[in-house]
Design a protein around this ligand. Sequence first.
Ligand code: AFP
Length: 308
Amino acid sequence: MAERIEVSQYVKDADLSAIVCALAKACADIAQKIRFAGLDDIYGAAGAVNVQGEEQQKLDVFANDVLTGALRKVDCVAAAVSEEDDEPILFDRATGKYAVIFDPLDGSSNIDVNVNVGTIFSVQAGSPLQKGENQVMAGYVVYGPSTVMVLTTGAGVASFTLDDEGEFLLSAENMTMPAQGFYYSVNEANAPKWDAAYREFLAMLLRGEMGGKAYGARYIGSLVADFHRTLLKGGVFLYPAMGGKGKLRLLYEANPLAMIAEQSGGGAVNGAERILDLMPTDIHQRVGFIVGSKREVEALQKAVLGAR
Ligand code: AFP
C-alpha cells in the first residue's frame, strides 16, 4: 500500500503547511456537505446577492463561512479575500503575513444539478493586490466522483485525494500538462460577442490545422472541472473578454490556475498578455482567460497579437 502522505506534511514551509492544513480541513467539510446535500436542504438560493451581482447559493455561503472560519485560526494569515465578500477580512494580528484569496465554491450554477464544483485558492505574502507571478502557493479542490486537491508552491504540481478519514493524501507528483491536447472548452453561445481572432482560432482547430487532427469540444461550466480535465488531457479552455470585459476573476480564478498551468508545462494568457504578469487594481477584477497546453495557448496568443 502506498505511503500515506498528507498534504500538510508534503508542504515543507511551516506557515504554508499550516495554511494548507486549514484549507484541507475546510474543503473536507465542504465535500461532506455536498455529498449529502439532497438530504440536508442545502440546495438552492440563500436569498442574498454577492458583490458580483450573483444570487448566492446556500452552499456558497456555507463554503465561505467554513473557509473563513478555518483561516481565522491560522496565526500567519493576515487577510482572507473571498469571491463572496465585498472587502478583504482582516485578522488584526502581528503574526499575520499572508493573504489567502479564494473562490469558496466555483461553478455555482452546477451545484443543484450534481455536477462537479470546486474551491480555488491563492496565497500571497503581504497584499492581495500583487502580480500572480508572486504567488507563494496556489491550488484548487474539485468535488467530483472523488474529491481531489491540486497544489503548487512553485516547485511543480502535485495532487491529493480525499480519503474516507477526511485526509487529503498524495496521489500524484510532478504532474505535467500534455504539450498539446485535442479538446477545446468554451461557452460557444458567446461566440458572436468575441473578437474575430477567437472565432478564427476555433475554426482553425476544427479544420485540424493544428497537429493534423480535428479537435473535440468539452464544456462543463465549472471552471475547476474544465481546468482539471485540461491539466490531465491537454487542450485549451477559453473564456475570452467580450467588449473588452472578462467574466472570470483575476485573483481567485485566473491567477491560481495560471500558476498551476505554468508549473505543469502549460500556459495562461488574457489574449495578448501572460496572466501572471498582470498587475491587479481591484480584488474582484475580471479578465479574459485562456489556459491550457503550451502549443494551443501560444497559437491563440499569436492569433490575437497578429489580429492587432
Ligand atoms: P461561479 O458560479 O463560481 O461564479 O463560477 C462560474 C464561472 O465563473 C466558472 O466556473 C465557469 O467557467 C463560468 O463561470 C461559466 O460561465 P458561463 O455560464 O457564462 O459559461
